[in-house]
Write a protein that binds this ligand. Structure first.
Ligand code: 5GP
Ligand code: MN
Length: 325
């Protein structure tokens, strides 16, 4: 826990603020967007001028979420009374928006990433929380804000996506207790779960078949790696969106404890890593300037795809060779 302000203190800072700009991290995911959407709608309900400032597109698997107050226009509020980053506490995770964040009269950050740095005047970073959306739920209670169905659904999506549908080891009794409270707000649990987990585009499944064909299993079956190249995507007219979730296929294999999935980009390679029960992928991602959590981490490698795959294979093999030493 890295914090210089309680949630009550942050609620107290939000109270007099009339204009608030919310910053989820780049490559926005369900937790970042859910946290931002829940907070933004609660502030709107209190008649405040609140917006979510994005950079990049919203991936299609979460495009059904509450995006009513999302904008890419940094001038939607010229000098915000308060800027708050959610699920993000590093400048590198909001590169094009950092200057705007700093222009806020008060800067606050709420996060649950262990790499969090306390970026701002006030910060609340708790790596034990399964999702930032869980912290936002507690913040809304501290603000005495009404949690309506739409807000509850944003929080539920945030928690669900960061816990892999309540599967991962970050899931706690409190996670379930908060989920129960959200059910009481009338959330459409089935609708959300179908959208998140049972609406896989056919193109994605076809791409996954190609990805599985290229998979390699290393370290006596404890690690798995695969990739998607631009060429593979072009062949299927697929987008990076269609490769979403592929890392889970690798991690879910019996005996595999650690998985890495690489996506070729214009001049770099994005790496998504997942661990199952006891390994720590954050250790590997951090070596490349990335971060995240012990069980879900990522980084960017500035090498051609084939070389990046080799580098990751070496790192994962070395990780297991060093275990127990
Ligand atoms: P994903 O594989 O889903 O992109 O990311 C897994 C987790 O690692 C998420 O919590 C995400 O925020 C974090 N993460 C991914 N890439 C990076 C990165 O380059 N830097 C940091 N600090 N965190 C990352
Ligand atoms: Mn998160």
């Amino acid at each position: 826990m890295k914090s210089n302000a309680s949630l009550e203190k942050i609620a107290g800072l939000l109270k007099p603020a009339q204009s608030i700009l919310i910053f989820p991290h780049i490559n926005v995911d369900g937790d970042a967007l859910g946290s931002a959407a829940a907070l933004c709608r609660a502030l709107r309900n209190q008649k405040k001028d609140a917006w979510i400032l994005l950079e990049g597109e919203i991936p299609s698997y979460i495009s059904f979420m509450d995006t009513a107050f999302c904008t890419k226009d940094a001038d939607c509020i010229m000098q915000p009374d308060l800027c708050i980053c959610v699920d993000c506490s590093e400048e590198s995770r909001m590169p094009k928006r950092a200057a705007k964040y700093k222009a806020g009269k008060v800067r606050v950050c709420i996060d649950h990433h262990v790499t969090g740095e306390g970026f701002g005047d006030y910060y609340y970073i708790d790596g034990d929380e399964a999702a930032t959306a869980q912290i936002i739920y507690k913040l809304l209670l501290a603000m005495e804000a009404e949690i309506d169905q739409v807000i509850a659904e944003s929080i539920y999506i945030g928690i669900s996506t960061d816990t892999g549908g309540f599967q991962f080891s970050n899931t706690t009794a409190e996670t379930h207790a908060i989920a129960a409270k959200l059910f009481e707000k009338g959330i459409d649990h089935t609708g959300i779960m179908v959208r998140l987990y049972q609406t896989v585009p056919l193109k994605t499944v076809q791409l996954q078949a190609e990805i599985l064909e290229r998979m390699e299993v290393l370290a006596d079956g404890k690690a798995a790696i695969s990739y998607v190249s631009n060429e593979m995507m072009q062949a299927l007219s697929a987008s990076l969106d269609d490769a979403e979730g592929s890392v889970d296929l690798l991690r879910n294999i019996e005996g595999v404890e650690m998985a890495a999935f690489l996506k070729e980009q214009d001049d770099s390679v994005r790496v998504s890593m997942r661990a199952k029960s006891f390994s720590n992928v954050h250790q590997i991602a951090a070596k490349f300037g990335g971060g995240g959590h012990a069980k879900a981490a990522g980084c960017t490698i500035h090498l051609p795809l084939a070389e990046a795959v080799e580098v990751m294979k070496r790192e994962m093999t070395a990780y297991w060779e060093n275990q127990g030493k």
